[in-house]
Design a protein around this ligand. Structure first.
Ligand code: GDP
Length: 328
């Protein structure tokens, strides 16, 4: 039985990956810091065989102890402060966890190492936010970075650290440059889930308006369930490498509002949407669109869920959840 250790196990991707690997017959271990995380019961119910271990991305010795105890075949480093807006307010903490956390996890993998015949393989969750003020469209593995937030800057550090450990120590360390990926497990602070949840609540008469920030920026949105498969595929390759994972389609937040309100049978959504400076960012990433040709040709990976299907899936989930909560 293969063993996988996941950091960020209670986040959207950790939850998807935990179930994906369990279905593949893996024994899955998750890193949690402290027992106070309100999502612990949820992740445990989604994957009853999951084993949770205490450790912190700020504490190298705790990571070494966990890697030593688990003796994983594969480590997936998904743990991060991942909300861009928050990273502006807690820049140092973001650098500490999203950036230095990668170095510490790689150090733990280097020090514990695994066996000569079965060295530990490592996956780093890099991000399209590293492209920021894009230098090229669409963005590929060769496009240079120009991050626009403390989160993006920390991810660039993590990306190059992964590359450096691969080159310096020969670690099987791969970096997935994942474009935005969403789904019903997404946190309500992210724009997709904020919109689908609010539209569902408006439809049910539970909310009157949505207050948004900049609705002109564009993102390449895919489904998180499709994207965790790409993470696993990267670690099954003979050689470690970097891969862009994206749909190759981009949509504005305005499109997202259009499609979401259409599902609720509302064509003119202007009366329901307000804008407020507090949701704008000090520096914005205006346009992201990824070219995942390398992942298509080398990994055989392709996204399955389209933008429309993704929004429908999220809206329908939110409609059912919100009406159950309200006892409707
Ligand atoms: P990000 O790409 O990781 O920053 O993902 P988000 O879902 O947080 O934001 C995507 C885009 O939506 C950014 O360009 C935001 O500026 C824009 N946006 C507009 N209004 C909102 C809002 O109310 N909340 C969030 N989270 N983003 C918003």
């Amino acid at each position: 039985m293969k063993r996988a250790l996941i950091t960020g196990i209670t986040g959207q991707d950790g939850r998807h990956l935990s179930q994906f690997l369990a279905n593949k017959g893996y024994q899955v271990f998750g890193l949690v810091h402290g027992q106070a995380n309100p999502k612990i019961d949820l992740v445990q119910s989604e994957n009853p065989a999951l084993e949770l271990l205490e450790g912190d991305l700020r504490d190298l010795s705790s990571l070494i102890a966990v890697v030593e105890q688990v003796q994983p075949d594969e480590v997936y480093n998904l743990g991060a402060i991942s909300f861009v807006q928050l990273s502006f307010k807690q820049a140092e903490l973001t650098a500490e966890i999203t950036g230095l956390g990668v170095l510490r996890m790689l150090e733990a993998v280097r020090i514990v190492g695994g066996t000569d015949t079965n060295p530990i393989r490592f996956y780093q969750a890099s991000s399209s936010e590293m492209f920021g003020k894009v230098h090229q469209t669409p963005q590929t593995e060769a496009t240079s970075f120009h991050p626009r937030s403390p989160y993006g800057v920390a991810k660039v550090f993590g990306h190059y650290t992964t590359l450096n450990y691969r080159e310096a120590y020969g670690i099987h360390a791969s970096s997935g440059i994942l474009f935005n990926h969403e789904g019903p497990k997404r946190g309500l602070e992210f724009v997709t889930r904020k919109v689908t949840n609010s539209v569902a609540r408006i439809q049910l008469g539970l909310q009157e308006v949505i207050t948004m920030g900049n609705i002109e920026s564009s993102r390449d949105w895919g489904y998180a369930g499709d994207y965790v498969e790409a993470m696993w595929m990267m670690l099954q390759q003979e050689e470690p490498d970097d891969y862009v994972i994206a749909t190759g389609e981009t949509h504005t937040i305005r499109d997202l509002l259009d499609v979401s309100f259409k599902h609720a049978g509302i064509d003119d959504w202007t009366p329901y949407v307000k804008q407020d400076q507090r949701f704008y960012r000090p520096a914005e990433v205006d346009l992201l669109i990824g070219d995942a040709s390398k992942a298509h040709s080398r990994l055989g990976w392709k996204p399955r869920v389209s933008f429309n299907e993704l929004v429908r899936m999220m809206y329908e989930h939110d409609l059912a959840e919100e009406s159950a909560k309200a006892g409707l």
